[in-house]
Design a protein around this ligand. Structure first.
Ligand code: 5AD
Ligand code: SF4
Length: 480
């Protein structure tokens, strides 16, 4: 089923990824856990918090579910397909459990709240159900489950941010890391289940964020992505302070750790991103010139039904402003095809705003009605699946052309690339990203580089998803 299409490989390819054992961990663990993560970067980041908590409770990670005492699925509810995939996996683990009766199976994350009684009682698929704000209670819940009771904690919190927990970086490339800066969402977009599964928005202590980023830099990481459902509404007031820390302040503090540490962020809401943030990007070379600015729809009428609180004109003005302040900024989007009542003319408005915004990349979905959301309660899911799919395909095709054109314009330009590892196609080429978040590959033979180094690469060719180039010596102006 064509549920999600993306030209950025990372999210889709990571779905269900299992973590490797901690390579550098000297401790030998008596018990082992296996974890699969689904959905957004926030879930992958949460799995690293869970790993840290489980580590403290004497569990080491394994990549092999067969040798695990505890199997966890960190789940996503955002579209129906994500839930179906997890249910299928749970049925497989139920079979494995018959062979290994002592093994515990737990569901974490967004499906926990929604499906707790179904999963535990009706279908008897799992032993533990733990919501996104209840991971600290995991050790107790495991003990409970070990005695044969069904263990549940799906309470949402107003203040849990796991600020003091150092995530265990699993299966990481050692160069780029996600850092969660806030949890939950107050936006109530009518299609979205996140405000119900992840609760109210709260910002994490700024000092703990800066500390985590500095530790990552000291360990050799060279890029952090600050994560939140709506980063622009980050707002933290320390006890001893009257002045709040805004998102722009936070970006600058993280950027000040070192000019060698790149800073990215996701996701921005068009209604909230401020000029302060744009100016912070311009001021610091190491804050990446890339903004993920989901439009969702190009029709003002649909945007209103979606409760996005901006119009088509407002969005276009935001894009204009970004391009005015940061002329070389990369912009990407999330787009939903076939929302309730969407007409052909609304759909044309979406194609039109894509052309206007010239997205480098988009995550594209067709509308999937989610139980409990405002849209499910208020509007009929009235666009036939065949129409949703056709419109999605038109959106995907247009994005393909836009990505191609955007990459073609980069031929002849030179970018500073952070090297993340080997190219996927060949281990004789390096793979990295430019500030605009485009993947760039170049031959290793071009110089003496290592992962985590910066290289200046002149672009000589491209595909739809990748820039291809050759490394040149650094310009004199480079201070990074
Ligand atoms: N149906 C389809 N796509 C959705 N998204 C969120 N909820 C739904 C839904 N019910 C998309 C939005 C959001 C992204 C993370 O997922 O585009 O920005
Ligand atoms: Fe969902 Fe909207 Fe919040 Fe994003 S901003 S998590 S789409 S409610």
């Amino acid at each position: 089923m064509l549920d999600l299409v993306t030209t950025k490989d990372h999210d889709e390819s990571r779905q269900g990824e299992a973590f490797a054992p901690f390579e550098k961990d000297p401790i030998t663990y008596r018990k082992h856990f296996y974890i699969e993560s689904y959905g957004c970067s926030m879930n992958f980041s949460d799995s690293e918090i869970v790993a840290s908590i489980l580590n403290g409770a004497g569990f080491g990670a394994t990549r092999d579910a067969e040798m695990a005492d505890l199997v966890l699925l960190n789940t996503c509810s955002i579209r129906e397909k994500a839930e179906q995939t997890v249910r299928k996996r749970l049925t497989e683990f139920k079979k494995m459990k018959r062979r290994k009766p002592g093994m515990l199976v737990g569901v974490l994350g967004c499906m926990a709240e929604r499906l707790k009684s179904k999963l535990l009682e009706e279908e008897r698929l799992v032993d533990m159900v733990v919501g996104p704000d209840a991971y600290r209670s995991l050790p107790n819940l495991i003990e409970e489950a070990e005695t044969g009771q069904k263990a549940v904690n799906v309470l949402l919190s107003r203040d849990e941010t796991y600020a003091d927990i150092s995530p265990v970086r699993l299966d990481s490339n050692g160069i780029t890391a996600f850092v969660s800066i806030m949890r939950g969402c107050n936006n109530m977009c009518s299609f979205c289940v996140v405000p119900f599964t992840r609760g109210r928005e709260r910002s994490r202590d700024a000092q703990s964020i800066v500390r985590e980023c500095r530790d990552l830099f000291d360990q050799g990481y060279r890029e952090v992505t600050l994560l939140g459902q709506n980063v622009d509404s980050y707002h933290f007031v320390a006890d001893h302070d009257v002045k709040p820390v805004t998102f722009a302040n936070l970006l600058e503090r993280v950027a000040a750790i070192s000019p060698l540490l790149r800073v990215r962020f996701s996701t921005s809401h068009p209604k909230d991103i401020t000029d302060d943030v744009l100016h912070a990007i311009v001021k610091h070379e190491n804050i990446c010139r890339y903004i993920h600015l989901p439009v969702q729809s190009g029709s003002t009428r649909i945007l209103q039904l979606m409760n996005r609180t901006y119009t088509r004109e407002w969005y276009k003005a935001k894009v204009d402003r970004i391009r005015e302040v940061i002329p070389d900024c990369g912009i990407s989007s999330d787009i939903i095809a076939g929302f309730c009542t969407e007409t052909e003319s609304d759909h044309q408005d979406t194609l039109d705003i894509m052309l206007y915004s010239r997205y480098d990349m988009s995550y594209m979905f067709f509308y999937s009605e989610r139980p409990g959301t405002l849209a499910q309660r208020r509007y009929e899911d009235d666009i036939p699946e065949s129409v949703k799919k056709r419109r999605l395909q038109e959106i995907v095709d247009l994005q393909g052309k836009l990505s191609w054109m955007s990459n073609r314009e980069d031929v002849g330009r030179t970018f500073k690339i952070l090297i993340e590892g080997d190219s996927k196609k060949s281990d004789s080429a390096w793979r990295g990203r430019n500030s605009q978040n485009k993947v760039v590959v170049f031959p290793k033979a071009d110089g003496n580089y290592a992962r985590g180094d910066y290289a200046w690469v002149k672009i000589t060719g491209h595909t739809q998803a990748t820039l291809i180039g050759t490394a040149i010596s650094a310009p004199e102006s480079d201070n990074g």
